[in-house]
Design a protein around this ligand. Structure first.
Ligand code: PLP
Length: 396
């Protein structure tokens, strides 16, 4: 039998090694270095009351299981549940709550999460109050007797606001509610919210975990067995599971997560500095840069404390809307496309894309103006990326 990295050994191995080799719980007798794609809906029984451990792929699938074990290990959770998309993971998570329950969420969030809270959770009688989660006091004043959870993105999408997870975890423990962290932007390579006291981590695996813009995925990672049991029950009941092929692609993506992340954030630091320099020029065409690794970012200290890097997402504002449109139309290496976290650099226009369903006055108040652009920095050569942005901003 091939080596098994699971169990006790897994804990002594470094992140890069675990990301590459997974836990090999499912290593088969062929010695295949990659997890086979079990493209099967159902599995034959050995006899009455005798199962191989696999009955039907909505319940268990070996490819998905290898992915789930890898993500659980990397996030330090007792279980990771793999969904068809990040939104499917969030929809299942919200099924934990009942009419009359209330949650507090970051006031700057992925637009799809806001849409789900408004259009689906609202209809189901679950109230959501948005608060500046970078302030534990603001969260505390938003908590009500029926508050069941605090839902945080950090850094937020798209304004890059940083929240102190350990401080919020202490508050949630005191007030008897769950702390849920959307860790899509930093991934467990840079930050492990469960170790900081969070109860559940959510991921859009479509982004950095998959990393190649070729598969959709979502995850819920649980700190405790009671949460995992409740969520697994909802998962098998509502059925938004990831297919075997996409599970394979995300598992393959995770093998290179550490090297991709290193290169992407190295490039992001170069670009953030270049953008910052542009804001310092007379008659600047770039007016604001939001990146937690910049010295004047209000979240830099908290970021340093709770994460081992600043990630590769940058937002910036141009002097006027026409310049923002010009950048989107002129970029050549950087692609004007939704999504983030993959190896290709992508630029998006939050006001018209990810956050189009957020009411305009709310968007404006939060800084998501028609001048704001969001950049997901890829693994291209940094000089090419800066040159592309320069010609896109200045039309040179
Ligand atoms: C993309 C994204 C989601 C939703 O994930 P999908 O895989 O697109 O369904 C949730 N949260 C964040 C922070 C995201 O970027």
């Amino acid at each position: 039998m091939p080596n098994t990295l699971g169990g006790g050994r897994a804990r002594s191995l470094a992140f890069e090694t675990l990301a590459l080799h997974g836990t090999r719980e499912n290593a088969d007798k062929t010695g295949s270095l990659t997890t086979p794609i079990y493209q099967a809906a159902t599995f034959a029984h050995l006899g009455v009351g005798r199962s191989t451990g696999y009955d039907y792929s909505r319940l268990q699938n070996p490819t998905r299981q290898a992915l789930e074990e890898t993500v659980a290990t990397l996030e330090g959770g007792c279980d990771a549940i793999a969904f068809s998309t990040g939104m499917a993971a969030l929809a299942c998570l919200m099924d934990l709550f009942a009419p009359g329950d209330h949650i507090v969420a970051s006031d700057d969030l992925y637009g799809g999460s806001v849409r789900l809270f408004t259009a689906v959770s609202g209809k189901n009688g679950i109230g959501v109050t948005y608060a500046d989660t970078s302030s534990a006091d603001a969260v505390e004043s938003a908590i009500r007797p029926n508050t069941k959870a605090v839902f945080v993105e950090t850094p937020t999408n798209p304004m890059m606001v940083v929240s102190d997870i350990a401080a919020l975890a202490g508050l949630c423990k005191r007030r008897g509610c769950l702390l849920i962290v959307d860790n899509t932007f930093l991934t467990p390579y840079l930050m492990r919210p469960l170790a900081l006291g969070a109860d559940i981590v959510l991921h859009s695996g479509t982004k950095y975990l998959g990393g190649h813009n070729d598969a959709l995925a979502g995850f819920l990672v649980c700190a405790r067995a009671d949460l995992s049991e409740r969520l697994r029950y909802l998962y098998k009941t509502t059925g938004a599971c990831i297919g075997p092929m996409d599970a394979y692609l995300v598992l393959r993506g995770i093998k290179t997560l550490p090297v991709r992340m290193e290169r992407q954030q190295e490039n992001a630091a170069v670009i953030a500095r270049w953008l910052k320099e542009q804001t310092e020029r007379g008659g600047a065409l770039v007016t604001d840069v939001y990146y937690p690794g910049l010295d004047d970012h209000p979240g830099i200290e908290v970021s340093r404390r709770q994460a081992s890097g600043f990630g590769a997402m940058i937002s910036f504002a141009t002097r006027d809307e026409a310049i923002a449109h010009g950048v989107l139309e002129r970029v050549q290496v950087i692609q004007f496309a939704e999504s983030l976290g993959g190896i290709e650099s992508l630029i998006t226009y939050p006001a018209m894309q990810t956050h189009a369903d957020v009411p305009p006055e709310v968007r404006e108040a939060r800084g998501i103006t028609n001048r704001l652009l969001r950049l997901s920095v890829g693994i291209e050569n940094a000089k090419d990326l800066v040159a592309d942005l320069r010609q896109a901003v200045y039309g040179e």
